[in-house]
Write a protein that binds this ligand. Structure first.
Ligand code: ZN
Length: 119
């Protein structure tokens, strides 16, 4: 069997040309990975939402919490880490609402949190 791209003799039963990496005819399609890259979104969303909840940086924490909500929402559609994704979604929404109301009603909370670093 010869490579259709570079003409190299790749032998029988080879799935990829060792010379140029081209997939050979008859090569099995790559196995679909369960959930793919999205399968960890539940865990990522949970952690991101937690960071958004506790990070004492105004506006940035709202953005991070919102990112946690989005990642958790994607994570819920996969079975892996679904429990964490649901928790992350709830924590993220609480964090977004909490952070917005905090920055509107008690901005001094952020000032106090920054004081040890000299801000
Ligand atoms: Zn080749």
């Amino acid at each position: 069997m010869y490579c259709s791209e570079c003409g190299k003799d790749v032998g029988e039963g080879t799935h990829f040309c060792p010379g140029c990496g081209t997939a050979m005819a008859g090569a099995p399609p790559p196995l679909p990975q369960y959930g793919g890259a999205r399968s960890n979104c539940g865990l990522c969303g949970f952690i991101t939402a937690l960071i958004g909840l506790f990070l004492p940086v105004p506006f940035v924490d709202i953005l991070i919490a919102a990112a946690g909500v989005i990642l958790s929402g994607i994570g819920i559609s996969t079975r892996k880490y679904r429990g964490l994704a649901i928790a992350g979604l709830i924590i993220g929404i609480v964090a977004v609402i909490g952070n917005i109301s905090l920055v509107l009603t008690q901005p001094e909370v952020y000032t106090d949190a920054w004081e040890p670093w000299g801000f």
